[in-house]
Design a binder for this molecule. Structure first.
Ligand code: ATP
Length: 388
C-alpha cells in the first residue's frame, strides 16, 4: 500500500495542454476516481502514474519515493486496461500466473519447447499455484482456471484481468475504464465486485471513468476533471452536496442540479417576483455577492410541485414527465426566472423536479414549484464559483 503525491504535474503534447498543472494527494488505501468527460485528460494522468507516458514537468511520488523518472516495471503499480489485454492462447491459470512467471524470466523462455516447459514448471510450483488458486477463489474463477479467454463472458474476462493484477500484490492498482465494454447489468455487478475487492485486498486504487454513477458509488474520493484541470477533489458526498462550481453542479447528479438566477437582499433571495427567506449560512454566503446576480443551486428532490397560483413558489408549465419506477422526473419551464443551464441538451429556463410515485401531470399543465432551501447552495453568476 502506498500514498500518491502529484506535485505540479503537467503534460503537453506539442501545443496541446492535456494536463495543466495538477497537485493531488491520495492517501494510502484510498479508492481515487478520476472522473470527467472525454478528452479531459484523465487517461493521460493515469498513464503518467503508470509510467506509460512521461511527465512534461512536475513530480510524482509513491509512498514517499519519487517515481516519475522510473520505468513502469520499477513503480510497483498494476494496470488494468479497458480491453482486458488477456493472452488468447493461454489458459486463465496461465494468464493469472503470467506476471509471476515473468518475474523469473530467462531469455530461453522464448524457445518453443524448453521455454514452455520452464513456464509450466513455475506455474506448477507450490508457491505460484497456491497464489493463483487463492486469487481465483476471491474472484470466483476457480471453475474456469483451465479455460481460454475466448470461452469466457466479458465479466469473467474482466475478473481474469483483475486477477492478473492482484497476484503481483502491487502497491497501487490503476484501472482505465475497466467496465466500459460490459452491458449495463454486468457493469453494476462488477462495480460491487471491484469495491469488495478493494475492501478485501486493500491497496491504493486509481480508477478512471466518465460515468458519474461509478465514481459516486466506488470512490472514497473523486477528482473531477475538465480540460486538464481538477475542478474539485473531494468525497462523493462533498461533491454532491457542496459542488465547487457550476460545472461540478451540472456534471454530478441525475438529474443535474438546477441553477436559477436570483439576487440576495437582506437575508432573502429574490427569484423573479418571488422572495424567499434564506437559511442563515446561505444568507451569509449570499452577502459576499453584494448586488451581483447569483445562481441558486437546488437539487430536483428539494423541489415540490403544487397547484398553480400557490404562494411562495415559482410559476411554470410542465414540459415533460419521465416515469422512472419509484418516482417521476418532471421538467418545468419557469415563466418568470432564468436558469443557467446552457450546456448541450439542456433547455434554458427549464428545471427538473422529482415527484414520488407515478405523477399524473401532463405537458402543458400549469404548476407552482415550491423550494426547500435547507440544502441549497449559491454560486456567483459571473464566475460560476460557489459562494461560501
Ligand atoms: P477519453 O475518456 O476519451 O479517453 P480522457 O479524458 O482520458 O478521454 P486523454 O486521453 O487523457 O483524455 O486526452 C486528453 C487530451 O490530450 C485530449 O485532448 C487528447 O486528444 C490529447 N492527447 C492524448 N494523447 C495524445 C497524444 N499522444 N498526442 C496528442 N494529443 C494527445
Amino acid at each position: 500500500m502506498a500514498s500518491i503525491m502529484l506535485n505540479h504535474v503537467a503534460k503537453h503534447f506539442g501545443a496541446k495542454v492535456a494536463i495543466a498543472d495538477i497537485d493531488l494527494e491520495v492517501e494510502d488505501g484510498e479508492f481515487l476516481v478520476l472522473l470527467g468527460p472525454s478528452g479531459c485528460g484523465k487517461s493521460t494522468l493515469l498513464r503518467m502514474l503508470a509510467g506509460l507516458e512521461s511527465v512534461t514537468s512536475g513530480e510524482i511520488h509513491l509512498g514517499g519515493r519519487r517515481v516519475d523518472q522510473l520505468p513502469p516495471s520499477a513503480r510497483d503499480m498494476a494496470f488494468v486496461f479497458q480491453s482486458y489485454a488477456l493472452y488468447p492462447h493461454m489458459t486463465v491459470r496461465r494468464n493469472i500466473a503470467f506476471p509471476l512467471i515473468m518475474r523469473q524470466f530467462k531469455w530461453w523462455f522464448h524457445l518453443p519447447i524448453i521455454g514452455g516447459l520452464a513456464k509450466r514448471r513455475i506455474e506448477r510450483s507450490p508457491k505460484v499455484a497456491e497464489l493463483v488458486e487463492k486469487t481465483a477463489k476471491v474472484l470466483s474463477l476457480t471453475e474456469m482456471l483451465d479455460r481460454y479467454p475466448r470461452t469466457l463472458s466479458g465479466g469473467q474476462r474482466q475478473r481474469v484481468a483483475l486477477g492478473r493484477a492482484m497476484v503481483r500484490k502491487p502497491e497501487v492498482f490503476l484501472m482505465d475504464e475497466p467496465l466500459s465494454n460490459l452491458d449495463a447489468k454486468l457493469r453494476t455487478a462488477m462495480r460491487g465486485e471491484i469495491t469488495r475487492l478493494h475492501n478485501r485486498v486493500g491497496g491504493t486504487f486509481v480508477y478512471v471513468t466518465h460515468d458519474q454513477v461509478e465514481a459516486m458509488t466506488m470512490g472514497t474520493r473523486i477528482a473531477l476533471m475538465r480540460d486538464g484541470v481538477i475542478q474539485q477533489f473531494g468525497t462523493p458526498r462533498e461533491i454532491y452536496t457542496s459542488p465547487a462550481n457550476t460545472y461540478v453542479a451540472r456534471f454530478i447528479g441525475t438529474p443535474p442540479m438546477n441553477l436559477i438566477e436570483g439576487r440576495v437582499e437582506n437575508g432573502t433571495i429574490r427569484l423573479g417576483g418571488t422572495s424567499l427567506p434564506l437559511p442563515a449560512a446561505l444568507a451569509a454566503a449570499g452577502r459576499t455577492a453584494g448586488r451581483d446576480t447569483v445562481l441558486l443551486g437546488i437539487r430536483a428532490n428539494a423541489l415540490a410541485l403544487g397547484a398553480p397560483g400557490g404562494a411562495g413558489g415559482l410559476a411554470g408549465t410542465v414540459s415533460l414527465v419521465e416515469h422512472v419506477g419509484a418516482e417521476s422526473v418532471v421538467a418545468v419551464k419557469l415563466s418568470q426566472v432564468r436558469t443557467a443551464h446552457d450546456e448541450e441538451g439542456a433547455v434554458p429556463g427549464e428545471i427538473m423536479v422529482t415527484a414520488s410515485g407515478y405523477s399524473d401531470l401532463k405537458p402543458g399543465d400549469a404548476v407552482t414549484v415550491g423550494l426547500d432551501l435547507s440544502e441549497a447552495v449559491l454560486f456567483s453568476r459571473s464566475t460560476g464559483v460557489r459562494l461560501v
